[in-house]
Design a protein around this ligand. Structure first.
Ligand code: FAD
Length: 521
């Protein structure tokens, strides 16, 4: 992955692209992988960094969705469980099994959750993870050392998958690039162009770094901009009716002492009827999530005070060591692009989960769904796009396509194991210059070598790219990330050929963004 090369590739293309994909989150990157691996010429444009939107802000679960099962949406759960199994097979360095425990505090919860979770396990069929089972009060206390013991009668264990969302995203971008796609971050689509037939035939986009404007032609333009779907649709049809209802979800991160051990807690019914998780993640405890309807999407949403209070209140009910605001190391919010109901017969495919919609302008929009099902969504989208654009038939290949970094002998999950087959190359950087083994902060494991790697091989362009999405420092511990910024800036500047003023501006800008991840005590 090299941005200058990508830029060069985009300049050199004189033919229309088979597909231009707008948006570099899970949905867009998945489509780029699918299209490129079928042999289609694909250009992906992301206005900020890959994963800046919702795709860096998930609960980090590769799951079928226990909640959908409760709602009786069996086919949706089965589809997601199959995708969960495929993702573990194709990206074993990034996805691992996670035991989730539902603690029981009332007699009826045992049979109720026990049966439900057995069904969940059965629906996975050959793609199944471990077997669900009930455990005694003593076993629950042993497996969840900080669970609230008061009134506890036992627990139900079931298995799902866990991943690191932006590491997967960066590896999807690399996979698409390996198959010939051109993908650019900091490339904002500012207009959609149309032919004399009034059908969208390309995009105008701006290189956010240089300010230069480009025009690229395409046989089909795919709008994969998540919460921003409607604003991009309105570039082609200013009166396009709203398709997305944005809804915000927040998480916060505590240190490991709040959830020692390897297991997660699932609370199936919070006071507002949501599912809530406390999950061990990168040697920390991730707690979430909420659901709050919002009117306008933002690229940097900020968790509401009410969301923080609600999560603390719920966590206190289930944890023996009670977290307070002062314990929160980082808080972050993401926006669910919930798809509104059917649009006047024009929706090409619609499920409760995601929708593929074709406007009269020929713009193909895909929104909704979840990280877990990105591959399935991409398959459906490229199938539709190929018909729309008259592309030669080419079957989907992603079901058995290894994702960049996959290696058969996946190591014990750690921050470093996520690099998978890239590990030897990073180790070589360190062997060549042992100073690069220096940690960037005592509170987090990240090394100086990772900054170089991110800049050289993963298209990191800013301090924020390194600290938020190549490493997860900002999401794990915002204060530590702020301390790391002045160490990252010179390393990055050296790689990217930037001066002192750039470094100072980067550190200031990152510190400002990071303030949104701090919680008032
Ligand atoms: C709180 C929360 C928790 C979740 N947890 C899970 C989970 O545990 N497991 C799971 O499977 N799913 C989960 N999800 C769902 C999952 O995160 C989303 O379905 C997925 O990330 C959506 O990806 P996307 O690519 O559609 O959107 P985004 O990731 O938002 O990507 C859209 C991109 O489009 C770009 N863009 C917008 N306008 C333009 C333009 N004009 N030009 C160029 N680019 C543009 C944006 O910058 C953005 O990066 C969760 C969602 C939320 C909100």
């Amino acid at each position: 992955m090299n941005r200058d090369q990508m830029l060069q590739q985009s300049r050199e293309r004189s033919q229309p692209w088979d597909l231009i994909i707008v948006g570099g989150g899970a949905t867009g990157a998945g489509i780029a992988v699918d299209a490129a691996s079928r042999g289609y010429a694909a250009l992906l444009l992301e206005q900020h960094d890959f994963g800046k939107g919702t795709s860096s802000r998930s609960t980090k679960l590769v799951h079928g969705g226990v909640r959908y099962l409760e709602q009786g949406n069996i086919s949706l759960v089965m589809e997601a469980l199959k995708e969960r199994g495929l993702l573990r097979k194709n990206a074993p360095h990034l996805v691992h099994e996670l035991a989730c425990i539902v603690p029981r505090y009332a007699w009826w919860e045992g049979p109720f959750y026990g049966i439900g979770l057995k069904v969940y396990e059965l629906l996975a069929g050959k793609y199944g993870f471990g077997k669900s089972h009930s455990i005694s009060k003593e076993e629950t206390l042993e497996q969840l050392p900080n669970v609230n013991p008061e009134g506890l009668t036992g627990g139900v264990v079931y298995y799902d998958g866990q991943f690191d969302d932006t590491r997967l995203l960066i590896n999807l971008v690399a996979t698409a690039a390996d198959h010939g796609a051109t993908l650019l971050n900091y490339a904002k689509v500012t207009a959609l162009t149309k032919g004399s037939d009034n059908i969208v035939n390309g995009v105008q986009w701006q290189d956010v770094e240089s300010g230069e404007t480009f025009h690229a032609r395409a046989k089909v333009v795919v709008n994969a901009t998540g919460a921003f779907t409607d604003s991009v649709r309105r570039l082609a049809e200013p009166d396009a009716p709203q398709m997305i209802s944005p809804s915000q979800g927040a998480h916060f991160v505590l240190d490991r002492s709040f959830l020692p051990g390897q297991n997660a807690i699932l609370v199936p019914h919070t006071k507002d009827g949501r599912v809530m998780f406390a999950i061990p993640w990168h040697e920390h405890t991730l707690v979430g999530t909420t659901e709050t309807a919002i009117s306008e999407p933002s690229l940097e949403p900020v968790a509401l005070e009410t969301e923080i209070d609600f999560m603390l209140e719920t966590a206190k009910l289930y944890l023996d060591k009670k977290p307070t605001r002062a314990d929160i190391l980082s808080v972050f919010a993401g926006i669910r692009p919930l798809v509104k109901s059917r649009q006047a017969g024009k929706t090409a495919a619609l499920s409760r989960d995601h929708a593929i919609h074709i406007d009269e302008s020929g713009l193909l929009s895909i929104a909704g769904g979840k990280w877990t099902t990105y591959r399935h969504m991409a398959q459906g989208c490229v199938d539709q796009a190929a018909v729309l654009a008259n592309l030669p038939d080419s079957p989907c290949r992603t079901q058995n396509l290894s994702i960049h970094g996959a290696k058969a002998d996946a190591e014990t999950p750690s921050w470093f194991s996520l690099y998978g087959s890239d590990i030897p190359a990073i180790r070589k950087l360190i062997a060549d210059n042992p100073a690069l083994a220096t940690p960037l902060d005592s509170q987090l494991p990240y090394l100086e070598a990772e900054v170089l790697w991110a800049a050289r091989m993963e298209m990191a362009r800013t301090v924020e790219d390194v600290l938020a999405r190549r490493t997860r420092a900002l999401f794990l511990n915002a204060k530590a990330a702020i301390r790391m910024a002045p160490k990252v800036a010179p390393l990055l500047a050296q790689e990217l050929g930037k001066d002192d003023a750039w470094q100072a501006e980067q550190v200031a800008r990152f510190s400002e963004t990071a303030k949104g991840y701090l919680v008032k005590a």
